[in-house]
Each structure stands twice: as C-alpha cells, then as structure tokens.
Design a protein around this ligand. Sequence first.
Ligand code: PRP
Ligand code: ZN
Length: 285
Amino acid sequence: MSRLKIAIQKKGRLNESSLSILRECGIEIPNGAGKLIAESSNFPIDILFLRDDDIPQYVHQKVADLGIVGENVLIESRKKVSMLKKLGIAKCRLSLAIPKDIPYEGIRFFQDKTIATSYPQLLQSYLDRQAIRAQIEEISGSVEIVPGLGLAAGICDIVSSGSTLFSNGLKEVELVMKSEAVLIGSEHLEGEKALLLQQLLFRIDAVLSSKGKKYILLNAPNDKIDAIVRILPGMKSPTILPLAAKGWSSLHSVIDEDQFWEHIDELKKAGAEGILVVPIEKMIQ
Ligand code: PRP
Ligand code: ZN
C-alpha cells in the first residue's frame, strides 16, 4: 500500500494551521517535537517538516507528493508544481515596510533605495509595475532586523498580525500581494496515490465548506414559517418538523454565520422563538 507524503512548514505561522487542517480532516498526527517526519496512524500519509521556502522544490523533485505553502512562496519559487486548492487559512499580506519614524509620502520613496526581502521575484515585478527602480537585497530570514542595522531603507516581507513589524519599529506602507495557504502537488500522481489524493481533497472540501456555516434551529407558529424562510436567504428548503404544541413547528437549516447576525432582530419580530445556532464540523456537498 503506498503512502502519500505531504510537506508542511517546520516552524512558523503555517506550521500550526497546516497541522490543524489535516487534523480536521480526521488525520491523526503524532506529536513529536523536532521530528522531521511523522506518520499518520489512521490515514496512509506521512508528514514531512521542512522550511517553507524549500517545499515547492521538494514537491517538484517528487520527494514529497504534496505540500502546504503560502501562495507567495509558490509564486516566488517559479517551480512547475500545481496549485491544487486554496485553503483559506493563514491569510496574510506581502508588504513593504519602513522604520516607523521615517516620513512616507508614496511609492516614490523607494526610488534608488535598497529593499531587503526573501521574495525578490515578487518584489521586482511589483516595482516594475509601479515603475520604481530600486536595489533588491535578497535575505533568507529575519528580514525585519535589516533596516535597524542601516543596511536597507525598507523591507518587503509577510505581515500577518503585524506584531513582527511593530516589535522591530517598522510600519507597513504598501501592499504588494495578498496571500494564503495553498495545497500544492506534483503534476501527476499515479495509481493508489492518485486515489488517496482524491480522498484527501474530498475531506478538505468537507472541512472548507463547513467554515463560516452554522446549523440553525428555531421554533415558529405555522403561519409565520413563510415569512421566516424569506428573511434567511440561505434557508432555501428548511426541514420543518411539527412540535408537540399544536400549530407550531421547528425549522432546521444551514446558514452563513454573517447572515444570521444581520437578520436576528427580523427573525424575532417575525415570530421565531427558541433560536439555536450550532457549529457544523463537516459538510458534504
Ligand atoms: C513571516 C514574516 C514574519 C512573520 C510576520 O514569517 O517573515 O516573521 O511571518 O507575522 P506577524 O505579522 O503575525 O508578526 P513566516 O511565518 O512566513 O516564516 P518564515 O519567514 O520564517 O518562512
Ligand atoms: Zn519562509
């Protein structure tokens, strides 16, 4: 029986979210700090822990069948691996940042200056689009310390919560691209591995579809059901069950969480009672 090999980030923002989406897919992964490889006990998949920047290369060389990386890392690598799915997790931005006390009046600031980054390709094409000529200094890590050392006027790096910039006295001044985690894979998987990938993708879809969705249950007098169904656009064909109390029913449906908060007052006014909103773990479309 073959086993899939998936490469994820060893340490950093993406490590935890990659592990948690795999675990939400029902894949058990042993906790082993510092290990380079972990074998799932209940799904034929091995997890390889690597530096994220190396993952596209490993997938390209078929050392790993799959990988989870930031879209920015995938584009920067320019490797011919497929993006199989956007995962909607680890959302972040690739941004330009400068020391917080330096005045900034626009992108012309960077003309003829030096910018440090781990993403020279992405930065260069952004600067070309902006018609800015600057010196790009490629650095593989801890880019945020460079301006403080006087080695560059600014940096181009990933910003998520912003705390790394903040603690290094930097401010974000331009957005270069938005990014999120993506599942990548080698172009062709064969036989059993292709089948396993289908199973994994099926599970990922089920996990992603349930995100932002809630299961709603409410009670309503029978003559108010139509009005209530009209208020919640997602509630196309709710399940309607009679209650023991005569003339009353219970309505069940799946809705977007945002939608619920927008319409809660209207629902109550229309006669809904005993409203329950519960989480959905998986959703098969
Ligand atoms: C990025 C970036 C910062 C951090 C920013 O690193 O280089 O170190 O995330 O996040 P924050 O805004 O929440 O502080 P990443 O996780 O991509 O790891 P790597 O650069 O070491 O690959
Ligand atoms: Zn990295």
